[in-house]
Design a protein. Sequence first.
Length: 311
Amino acid sequence: MKRSISIIISGLLLSVAWAELDCTADSSYHIDTRTMLPDGSPNPTYGQEIATGLCSCIGFVDGTQVNGSEVTFTVRIVDHEPIRGIELDIYHDAAELEFSGYAKGSKLENVTDDSGTTRQMTLLTNYLEDHLKVLAYSTARARTEGNGEEGDLFHITYTLVDGASLPEQVTFYFGTANIPGTSMNPELLNVVCDYPDVNNPAVVSTATVSADVEQVIPDVFALKQNYPNPFNPSTQISIDVPAGSEFVALNIYNLLGQNVKTLVNKELSPGQYTFEWDATDGMGFPVASGIYFYELRSESFISRKKMLLIR
């Protein structure tokens, strides 16, 4: 396997090489630019190429799920050791597509902490000027199974701009690819070996993929328990939306039944969604500590759960 030469920055690094997703359990190697170790002592391997753990490789599924004007792409990973998160900057060349949503894949759903307890991996996205930043992390030290098997990392949905036609293919690449592994515990060093970069992008066909549709589209509506709970300063709320477009509302209420904030109020395409509540009201002001309710409502489904904010 080709080695990727990269730069370690504060325990993570930026990789600048790419190979195929077909990933063997080799060691990942990167240039160590840490001047100090976590204990404050000088780093004896500064400037050297060091092994940072077993390789993880990421890439795109060649094909999409299309629902009307929405197109969903899938990013997959091979993780030869448990990983504690991801940081990706994702670029594409299709001006016709605007980012509209995301959902966790199976690799981020099946995670455990140090004791083997099932936990949640938080997935966040932020569309910047010309790219999408994706972050996955866990405050409970959750990690993937690390079984060396290929699995879905996450799904990204884009919407066609008005009047545009779906291009036959879309070119993607990662500007940043950080995947902290756990084998160097307590340090988290990047173990990414292979991924599409600007010099070796992934060309993804927009031909519809049918084999993985059931993994992306839920069978029924579902409202998941928020995580973390209790929380401060923010929490994640995940919902499942089945096939058949419906108008969906996700609202936060206080103990008096007053609407504190609306997180979503529109028609959603089928998929799994995660929304963040930052404990502010509809005007952006922080709310007080206490019990709050969140409700998912559609034309055919209603579910409500409670959560606790502790400041």
